[in-house]
Design a protein around this ligand. Sequence first.
Ligand code: AQP
Length: 335
Amino acid sequence: MFHDRKILYSGMQATGNLTIGNYLGALKNWNSLNEEYDCLFGVMDLHSLTVRQNPAEFRQRARSLYTLYVASGLDPEKNCIYFQSHVSGHAELAWILDCFTYMGELNRMTQFKDKSAKHADNINAGLYTYPVLMAADILLYQSDVVPVGVDQKQHLEITRDIAGRFNGIYGDVFTIPEPYIGRQGAHVMSLQNPEKKMSKSDENPNASVYLLDDTDTIIRKFKRAVTDSDTQVRYAPEEKPGISNLIEIYAAAENKTFEEVEKEFEGKGYGDFKLAVGEAVASMLKPMQEKYKELSKEKSYIDSRIKENDEKAQYMADKTLRKVQKKVGLTERIR
Ligand code: AQP
């Protein structure tokens, strides 16, 4: 499966149903990465535990996330698509790296502050040490590049700091990962509050469009999207955040520039535009939804890919983990 090319690592949490933000911002672009890199894409189910999950729904959602990766076009025979929790090395390496991370560094993480504010009733230690588990995810596979959204930049920096510190003591154990510099995805905002990013764990279902929403639901959500009292379809994120967000979505769905979109809707009202955005998104999602339906019936195909890829990931992870264990002086296993 792998060709000794540079390794690229990414993943998504199973904290909710995937949204068009996850798709246009990440998943859509992941599809072309395999041309250049050996790619690992994780279903980051351990990370998802920082938020309390209903076990049955969580299990089903994580499986659905795996199937959606495949339905979106990621080939599980060319990419290593696997479950984070199936490779015990993530948690094992995270513990060792915890001992090489300073509280002062973790105290500076803005995502911890944001997420603690969002989940004030459950500010657990996992939320705090989340960046160390993320560092373990990346370093375990000797990843060269990581595509990161703005909100994850700080986490990649701390990963590089931890790896550099470890290498400084023990020699070249870890590859120091670089941010992926390539085509950036769209940044999609909430349909109900365009100041906030569209999120799979948003409590308001009208704020997000999910990848498995049917056409009527999609069109209804766009019709209800919060905009301004003006009538001009013009890209001006500060002044018109709602309409600018819809322009960004439409442009990404139709592969058009913002200027082309503005021109197309010159003299037309918001009603026409919202309907067009809904239709464009519904037709963008249709092939993926059909593929998802088909794949959901092919349980044994997905099971085999999960098994193969788990083994592949486990093999790669073990190599790094054994090296790390040896370097820090843990007693070798007797085989
Ligand atoms: N609104 C968005 N626009 C563009 N890209 C987005 N991503 C997420 N939301 C948007 C990208 O999707 C990937 C998923 O990352 P994640 O699952 O680790 O969690 P996240 O970034 O915190 O995404 P969510 O949907 O907002 O999850 P919750 O609600 O659990 O916090 C990343 O590549 C991210 O950049």
